[in-house]
Design a protein around this ligand. Structure first.
Ligand code: RIB
Ligand code: CA
Length: 309
């Protein structure tokens, strides 16, 4: 039985690669996509999700647009990383099918209410939609089969030295999310930086023909932090969150109490992770089976590239 997954995202180079994995894995059933402002503005993240839906052919999956601004404070984006379009330098055919007429928050609540315990909720952008849904209907914390985010870190940030972008973009939303009555799987930078699309990975992905040429390679190579000696490829951050739902066996995790700094002058958006707390609110994946991860991802991408999905 395939695991149902609802993906809230801000496509976004790695969000797009995460969508490809969620669509392509026969053990996952993508039941909905909701969009949030993040890497680029909401209009662009939504247009990107719609274009990816038609390009990949999951036309029957609803795409519902959500929040364009954080709960509080200034709107921050990552267009310097993802490009003005949000998808680097690729151009997909203009979507012909519209987004849902439901707001993302209503879509999330109604989807989880309709099938309690059946849908795995995943968020790979700022947590604004999730926080608004929790405020409107706290029971979604019980209805979700699981809740996994790409966000945070227990060592360092990327948007600032202290904060990872998804949390930095809406710290108040992250606090609402981590204070809710569920266990958050926090797939943070300490994990996702282990998933770098380095030379050998790119070489293997390049054998996937048109899908690689038109989508996978441009997404996976558009931006590499050449200033950081630790990097030998682009980290596919958001892919790790979807992979956790599909293949938790690829991850070694620890329980932790995660609290969100919302007031620090230099630390706003920091995830303060206490692995020794007696009352954890999160599961924090800390180690990735890197070879197993890429074998899984490449297998699923090959299924899509060869028309098996
Ligand atoms: O810090 C990485 C995260 O920020 C990813 O979700 C990426 O898409 C950006 O949103
Ligand atoms: Ca993202």
């Amino acid at each position: 039985m395939a695991k149902k997954i609802l993906l809230d995202c801000d496509p976004g180079l790695d969000d797009a690669l995460a969508l490809l994995l969620a669509h392509g894995d026969p053990n996952l059933e993508l039941v909905g996509v909701t969009t949030v402002g993040g890497n680029v503005g909401l209009a662009r993240t939504t247009a990107n999700a719609l274009a990816l839906r038609e390009y990949l052919g999951f036309d029957s999956v609803p795409v519902a647009a959500g929040a364009g601004e954080p709960l509080l404070g200034a709107t921050r984006d990552a267009s310097h990383v993802h490009g003005e379009s949000g998808l680097g330098n690729i151009t997909l055919p203009e979507p012909t099918l519209p987004s849902s007429d439901r707001h993302a928050v209503d879509f999330i609540i109604e989807t989880l209410r309709a099938t309690p315990g059946a849908v795995h909720l995943v968020a790979t952008g700022p947590l604004t939609n999730i926080a608004l849904a929790l405020k409107q209907e706290p029971a979604i914390a019980r209805w979700a089969a699981s809740f996994t985010i790409m966000g945070g870190s227990f060592t360092r940030g990327n948007a600032t030295p202290a904060a990872e972008f998804n949390i930095y973009a809406d710290p108040e939303a992250a606090r609402v999310v981590f204070d809710a009555d569920w266990q958050v799987v926090m797939v943070g930078l300490d994990l996702t930086l282990q998933a770098q699309a380095n030379g050998p990975v790119i070489e293997r992905l390049a054998t996937l023909g048109r899908l690689a040429d038109e989508l996978i390679l441009p997404l996976a190579t558009y931006w590499v932090d050449t200033t950081n000696a630790d990097w030998d490829g682009q980290a596919v951050h958001d892919v790790c969150a979807v992979a956790y739902v599909a293949r938790p066996d690829l991850f070694a995790s620890r329980p932790a109490l995660v609290r969100i700094e919302t007031r620090g002058e230099f630390t706003s958006g920091e995830t303060v992770v206490d692995f020794d707390a007696p009352y954890p609110n999160a599961i924090v994946p800390v180690e990735l089976d890197v070879n197993g991860f890429w074998a899984y991802v490449e297998h699923v991408y090959r299924l899509v590239a060869t028309g098996h999905v």
